[in-house]
Design a protein around this ligand. Structure first.
Ligand SMILES: [Zn+2]
Length: 109
């Protein structure tokens, strides 16, 4: 995939000392619905949003931020659904969505 030469980068980025974060296996166990991305080591894949997001700049912070945002979207959707459908159909709870997606994560990984 991507081959990056450290030497050619060193001169230009010396001032900023930019550190590139990479995917870490433990994040997939720490956070429920993220898994390894096919895009490379600087990305993680979110099973809920179906997106690959970069962790290059913030590392674990990027994952935390994304997972928080995903949870908020999930909660909002659940609330909306509950109001709309009312008692006819029991709306999916965030925990059941998580379970479903976790299984999906396992299948994909
Ligand atoms: Zn997400």
């Amino acid at each position: 995939m991507f081959k990056r030469s450290a030497e050619s980068h060193a001169g230009a980025s010396a001032k900023k000392a930019k550190r590139t974060c990479k995917y870490q296996e433990k994040w997939t166990t720490e956070f429920e619905f993220v898994t390894k991305s096919s895009k490379g080591e600087e990305y993680m894949y979110c099973c809920v949003c179906n997106v690959d997001f970069s962790v290059a700049s913030g590392g674990r912070n990027d994952v935390t931020r994304h997972v928080q945002r995903t949870s908020q979207i999930g909660n909002a959707a659940t609330v909306k659904e509950a109001t709309k459908i009312d008692t006819m159909i029991r709306p999916a709870t965030i925990s059941s969505i998580r379970l479903k997606k976790r299984r999906l994560c396992l299948v994909l990984s």
